[in-house]
Design a protein around this ligand. Sequence first.
Ligand SMILES: Cc1cc2nc3c(=O)[nH]c(=O)nc-3n(C[C@H](O)[C@H](O)[C@H](O)COP(=O)(O)OP(=O)(O)OC[C@H]3O[C@@H](n4cnc5c(N)ncnc54)[C@H](O)[C@@H]3O)c2cc1C
Length: 597
Amino acid sequence: MTPRHKPNHKELAALRRRYHVERERRVRPDGSSQYQGTEAEFGYYAADPYIKGPTKREAFHDTVEVAVIGGGFGGILAGARLRQQGVERVRIIEKGGDFGGTWYWNRYPGVHCDIESHVYLPMLDETGYVPEWKYAPGQEIRRHAMRIARKFNLYPDALFSTSVTSLTWDEASETWAVATDRGDMIRAAYVINATGTLTNPKLPGIPGVEDFKGHTFHTSRWDYAYTGGTPEGGMIGLADKRVGVVGTGATGVQVIPKLAQDAAHLYVFQRTPSTVDVRANRRTTARDVGADRSGWAHERRENYLRIVSGEPEEQDLVADQWTASAGLLEKLLPSFRRHGDRKAFEAAYEAADAAKMNELRSRVEQTVTAPDTAEKLKPWYRYACKRPTFSDTYYAAFNRDNVTLIDTADTHGIERITERGVVVDNNILEIDCLIFATGFFVGSSGIHSGKLPVHGRSGTQLLHTWAQHGPRTLHGFPNLIQMGSFQNASSVNFTHILDEQATHAAALVAAAEAANALVEPSPDTEDAWIALLAKDAPDHEWFHAECTPGYYNREGLGRPNGPTAYPHGAVAFHQLLADWRKGSMDEVLRPRTATRP
Ligand SMILES: Cc1cc2nc3c(=O)[nH]c(=O)nc-3n(C[C@H](O)[C@H](O)[C@H](O)COP(=O)(O)OP(=O)(O)OC[C@H]3O[C@@H](n4cnc5c(N)ncnc54)[C@H](O)[C@@H]3O)c2cc1C
């Protein structure tokens, strides 16, 4: 089919069959449990390779107003917004050696954001910074995280290279006891949990993965001491190495062109090809984005959120692939809204989706010269099944003589790893360095995973409570505020979501301080919130049921039960929070009975 060709009924039926066959080639009965963590015998995958020098220090005992767990954008924004509310004692506790979170850990060659920097980097108006690239490299993003932390004076009270290991509510003092892996004991009137959603690296549970005797690491713990070079490339340490990279998702697509340039030979192990659309990254100036006007970044970010949330907007200030695909949907939606005919809408959506996917498959053919390799790189699923990726160098990498694509769909992944290499289809490929671009356990950090136990009133464990009644929130246990997308709104621009939550959290803390109260919603308030989320929860199950396995559909086995997000989108959610702050904060405030230490 030609690019942008709109398929007819017969072609659509054929596509549906093909998508189904491709899904069945990849789906596994063990679902998400095919992966394993990086602890225990794989501790070296979880260590911090960016720390220079000793991190030993005395254990800390003190009392603060707010302890923030996590020094990524969530934690930094919480700290900054608290400062703006006049909160003085804010201690951010971070496992890594500095601020940045995702951008501290992920320093692999080629790392950059997939959302326009001018809307992704938060607090541009407040810091006066204007990003240098349309899609910023990771180092620029990390430096910006550090810039915000400096501006709001978050460094002096930060504890780095420190993991929080438990939270225990102390009834007598009505404070949290925050314990860490350094033996610290910090008392905090409030805790904000900002431990991230893509924090815990995962490895495929390939038999023999622990036997490999060559060099190995996860992309979120890049070993420059071994590879040489920098995030821009120049990995001279790989010039004589046979390198294997496992995974062709968002990270794989960014790192593979760089490895192709520098490795003696690169084997790319693929289970499912990503969609790889045009990147067109370029340097930008303040003039390009209208940064001479005050409030420009706020305006741009709101404009972007409205468009990607499907709200009508006259002007598209960002004009990237995300606003283009949202625009496509927006064109279809009016007829659905007018006629309310779900079937007609779905048919139009499916046809538009197929045209887009045809265009992306044809992009592979136009770039990759070996027909067999091109065929294997074509994505056979609907666009929204998998996280879209963007690159202008990815497909060209497969035209190099030193790059071999190993498609593992028919063998349901790599069969085995031995001391010296990787076995696929009974062939052993000898490898010197094996790199896992296999992503993270999504949304499993801290509290959700049970690695950070939370003991609330009368010792009640948060996870036990959630196991009995299902997860429920409206700001959580006493004075414990949870950042992230859970039972909240989400958007492709995640820092915007985090910033709104940070503003909300800081306002809550300020209100509770002013009223000498605890932040503790009643069970009725929580029930009402969960009921509201459930009432209009969209049913995406039918869509994901035919998707290729991945983290969007729990490896093909379907979405978890229960509402996970606010159903009316981020724009409406932010308005709801703002209205709520104006009116009904009292419903979550409960008078303190203890005198604060
Ligand atoms: C490679 C990559 C590219 C991405 N690109 C985009 C993009 O283009 N656009 C977008 O919107 N999003 C993107 N994301 C998602 C990104 O994670 C978010 O945008 C955002 O940075 C998350 O911030 P956070 O503070 O919620 O979490 P994180 O940045 O993950 O920070 C959480 C921090 O908590 C720390 N932590 C966890 N547990 C503990 C503990 N017990 N004690 C102490 N510290 C702890 C972790 O070490 C981590 O530093 C990307 C993610 C990855 C991995």
